[in-house]
Each structure stands twice: as C-alpha cells, then as structure tokens.
Design a binder for this molecule. Sequence first.
Ligand SMILES: [Mg+2]
Length: 222
Amino acid sequence: MRRAVLLFDIDGTLLTFRGPSPGPGRTAMARASIELFGADHTAGLRFAGGTDLSLARAIATAASVMALEEARQALLARYTAYLEEELSRRPYVPLGDVHGTVVWAKSAGHRVALATGNLREGAAIKLRSAGLHELFPLEGGGFGGDHEARADFVRAAIEAAAGHGEPIVIGDTDADVAAARATGARVIGVATSPAACEELAAADARRGCGASLRAAIEALLR
Ligand SMILES: [Mg+2]
C-alpha cells in the first residue's frame, strides 16, 4: 500500500457531542457573543465545515463593531475559555473507532495530521475532552485560527507534511470536499448521519457511509 498523509477534520469526523443541539462549541461561541456584544449573533450561522476565524468574522460583523480584528480576537479568546467550561460539563465523544483507525494507520506507515477549522488551542481542548489528544500532533497540520478559508489551511497542512506520502483529506461536510479539491488532494467523506451522507453524496465525495474509515482508506490507496 502507498504511504499517505491523512489529514483529519475534527468536528463530526473524529468526535461529536451527546444530547440536544446546540453542542458545546456553538454554545461557547454564543456565550462569548453575548458577553462581548450583548447579544447572541450566532443565529443562522452554519458551524459545520466552517472555520473559527470566519465564524468570528460573521459574529463581529453582525454585532456592527468598528474594530473588527480586535473584536474577533477578543471573541475567540472568550470562546476558548467558555469551550473548556462547557466541555467540563458535557465532554465530546469519539466517533466510531478513531483510536483503532489511527493506531492502524500509523503502524501501516501513514502519517496522521489535523486539517481543522478550529483554532489550534480549540483543537487541543476538543481532542483532550474526547480522550484523543495523544493520537494527533498539534504541530504541523492546518488550523482555522491561522487561515480563514478552509482550502488555505488544508494547503498549509499538505505543505507541512510534504514528502511523507499522498495527502488525503478526511472530513464530514461538503466544505471539506471542496477544500480538498481546491488543493488537488483526494478526499474521504465520513458521514455519521443520513443528512451528512446526502450532503457528501451531492458533493460527489468518496464516502465512508456505513463502512469503516479504515476500509475507505485502504480502498483509496489500493
Ligand atoms: Mg467537520
């Protein structure tokens, strides 16, 4: 089997929350919005497939603040603090056999990295919450706190792992598929709900619907 660099999205791909929506991430962002701007400006925003920088821009813009960049950084700092608080009460859980898949991938000679819309710090907090922090490196990779557009941090993650194998993006939304295609990387769509399955099918992604992620990786590299 050829060697690959597996670039993992986090939310909806590696982990999820239990209980009713909104989940801990959206709740933390809403609390930060209320604290800083006096209102919840997250209504109507799609968080899945988004990046923290783009979400913070949308919220700060909706709040009509003048100093957009300062407001955005302040919002993300408060979001991170609230995220930790929310997760202490309602931790994330891994989706499927993440541990087994990553251990297998590393033993098969593949490199594992993150390509996520989260801030690097937010990624660390979320992975720790789900008990997955020892599986994924926080150095290298691509993060939504460094690049506002998904394709840009996917490209950064690919460049950081250059020479270590064929890049394969693994994500759960059409935004993951589009970003992968913009960089020329192949993509595996991980669908954990019927709606996600439909969205990935519409984006024409190779899907992990119903099949194991490991099987999808092996099929792609065969
Ligand atoms: Mg996702």
